[in-house]
Structures are given as structure tokens and as C-alpha cells.
Design a protein around this ligand. Sequence first.
Ligand code: AHR
Length: 542
Amino acid sequence: MLARREFLRTSLLATGAAVCSKPQMLVAASASDSRIEILLDEPLGVISPNIYGHFTEHLGGVIYDGIWVGENSSVPNVNGIRKRLVDELRKIKAPVVRYPGGCFADSYDWRDGVGPADKRPRRTNFWGGTEANHFGTNEFVQFCSLAGAQPYLAANLRSLPAEEFYRWVEYCNSPAGSTTLADLRAASGSAEPFHVRFWGVGNESWGCGGNFTPQEYAVEYRRFVTWLPHYGKGQDLFLVASGPYSEDSSWTRGFFEELLRKGPDQLNSVDGLSVHHYAWNLSRGRTTDWDKGKGNSLEFEPVDWYELLREGQRMEEIIGNHWRALGEYDPQHRIKLVVDEWGPWYRPGSEATPGNQLEQIPTLRDAVFSAMTMDIFNRHQEKVAMANCAQLINCLNSLYLAHEDKFCVTPVGLVFGMYAAHQGGQSLRTVISAPPARYDRDGKTAAFWGLQGSASLRGKDLVLTVVNPHVSEPRETAIDLKGARVASASATTLSSTDIHAHNTFAEPAALVPQSEPLTLNGPAFTYVFPPASVTRLSLSLA
Ligand code: AHR
């Protein structure tokens, strides 16, 4: 690594006068107190597209109104599925969608959601109200296929026997005509198997998924996965064990200790360990009460902005800790982490559609949070096989809000669009240094990192994404590509002078990313990242 003084000298020489269409680029490198070095010869491994996955649950307005509008709706739809949503998911290259929960999954009988729609039973939904079961396995798989995504199903371990897990796999994957369940699937219009590869074995089994101890869950897990139907070469299932909440590595250790009491081969029955982490406590240490600790999604002060990011930044340590714990049992690290629920969680009161449970309107703060989180996943691509933002539409960290014929892309959805360029790229070691962002925290100065991001390379396309979390200060940064020459470049930025900026049905384009071409004269240049921003630099290498 170059010493700072040498780096600055090199970048000045290389840039001469760096030229750019916007004044933010025109800064002498010597003025920069921040730097980014992209180590092109240090690839870390491929970023799984599945890191950019989604989560949908029978909860509030997610399925009904969000995804499913019904065949007879005046809202443009494809066989009852909201067309605008699948169009948007195609744009962001949605790789995988988790379903049907969440807590709902462990109360759900998959048989309720298959067969003729008018014969399906009505049930009490885990989240309250009546579940009409208009949307079930076939509709979900069709939704995924329209969106270009793979389905990831969560099985009910708390309240159904293991046999029903087995049968659900059979329903989805047995070849046409080979079983009674394949015939039932065909009668609903899907003769060919769904080839569902990703299966969660329960959800939050320490809580709503059964209140198990990790040892009890391990016993159940062994039983549920001891024999599952396989339908030929290349059709192996990817089984995700229900993992810990946030930092709780005693769950990870307890689960594997018990699982392995039956011998080391048991490790082969797990492909992924799920991890959930929500950023919800904005009380600045005043309480750990789940309701009292939460903040408001739309009304907040700069201190709340930083506190949310601080809660989200815990993700990096959470990944590291569970990875280390996993390594104690699986030193080869065959088993990966699956962060299948993540995002900010605010208190009720900012629903786009009044009455929608757990709906909140995401702002620029949530975009910055989401970008920061996806940069963490990119940097830890060898550990994280999949991640699923909670949730896709009309719930928590939604990418989209919809009600009847109204629809908007949230700042979170916009960031997913910007970060799709990383999918399948080689993650590159990237060294970033910047003075911290300082802020007032109840009369004391607190600090949060000043700049973070990630870089990836696919062929000659280099993508650098960067978050400047400072609510008011731009971050002038010397960027060093270690000798690589750039043929063409562009910058896309999501930012606003108002940190509360957000999109609504009435103003769906209040916040949109701005793109501009860049002219770079060398492998080292200076860029100014605006305050409260997410930036993607797309560099085509010569
Ligand atoms: O995403 C909402 C809920 O949060 C999920 O149902 C559950 O798994 C988690 O506690």
C-alpha cells in the first residue's frame, strides 16, 4: 500500500487536472483528506447475485394489494399479479424471493394455498385477520418466474409434521405425472416441476417459530431433513437452518453442538444458516423495550439518522461473529450465512396506506442504510450466500409501495437498482479511509465512519459504490485505481439536501438518482461525494 504522501503525489501527477462535467469533481487531490484504493489484483471472490434477494410474507399489504391484485382487477396484472411490480423487479435483476414468511410460515399449511382457488379454505392469519389463500405456491412461483427470480420457500417446522415438508418438496419438484401431487400441481396449470432449490427449515425457531432452545431445534432439524425427495442430478436442495437473531452466537453454537452429536456427517445436511438483524432501537441507550425503543420513519433528527446507521453497521460484526462460530464446527466453511431478514424497523404511524401492518415510508436515510448494508455483504461475499431485504413491498424496508392503482419506487428500491451492477462481479479489496462523521449525541460528541463502500469487477467493468453518511458535509476523496486506465466513466448519485426526502404516491419521483458522464485523465482522480449520499461510479477499464 502506498504511503499517504506518495499516494497524493502520484494521484496529482496522474490526474493533471482531472476534468469532469460537474464542479464536484474539480478538486486538487492534495486537498483531499479521504482516499479510496481499489486493489484490482486482490479479487476476493464472486458476489452472489442472491445477496440482492427479497422477502415476502402474508402480512399487511405485502401479498394482497402489493403483489396480488387478482385476475379481475383494473390494475394492470399478469394472471392476477401486479404487472408494474414484476417490471420493476426485472429492472433490478431480482435474483431470489423468500416466501411465505416470516412468522407466518410456521403457522401455514401449504395445502391451503393449492388447488382450485374457490375451494381453498379461509384461515386465521398469524398477523391477524382472515387469510383467504388466493395466493399460494403456484401463484408465488409464477410471480418469481415473471420477475426472473428463484423461489425460496420457508417450511413450517413449528406446527406441521416433517411429512408435510417432504410433501411440499414433492408437490413443487416431482416430475410431471410422477406423483399424485405432481398431478395436483398440473391441474393448477403447472405440469412441469418448479425446481425449487432453496428451502428454509422453520423461521426464527427461537421465537415465533416454536420457542425452541437451539438444542431442541437441532433435534427437530435433523428429523425434518433426514430424508427429502431428490429428483435427479443437479437438483440438490439448498437447506437453510433457522439461525440466530443479531449477535446471539449461543444459538449458532448450541445448534451445531447438538446437530453434531450424531456425528460429523450431519454437517452435510445444512447449506445455509439464517441470520436476522433489524435496526430498530433509536433510543440512544435509554431502553431495550421493543416498542419504546423505535423511532419514526419520516420524522427524525440528524442524531436519529446516525443512530439508525450505527444499528445497521452492527451487521458487519454479526456476520463476522457467526462466521467465526460456524468455523468452529465447519472449518472448511462449506456452510454459508443467509441473512434472510434485514432492514430498519420503525414504530407504526407512517403507513402509505393507513391500516397496512408494519408498513413504513422509506426515506433517503433508509437508502443510505440499505446501500451501507449491501456494501457490507459485498465485502463479505465469501461468507454471505444470500440476503433478503425485509420486505419487498408495503412492509418495513420496502423497495416499493402500492395501493390499488397507485405505485411508487422507494429510495430503497432505487438503491437496489444502483447496486444491481455488482451482481456476479468479483469483489475487490478496497481500502477506504476518511475522517469520521461527528455528531451530537445527548450533549456528547459521537463519531460514525466517514466513508464506506465496495468495489467489484466484471470483465472490464469496474463498479465502485460509496456511502457518505454525513448529513451536511461533502467528502472530497482521492481515488486510486492502482495503475488501471479508464476508457469511459459515469457517476450515479442518490442524494438530497433534505435527509427526509422520500417518494409517495402523489410525488413518486421526489427523489431519483442523477447520472452524469465523467472524464478521467488517469488511474488516480478526485471525486467529491455529496452529503447524505449513495454513489455508484461505473468505470469501463481500457
Ligand atoms: O418481517 C417481519 C417479521 O420479523 C417476520 O415475520 C419475522 O420473521 C421477524 O421477526
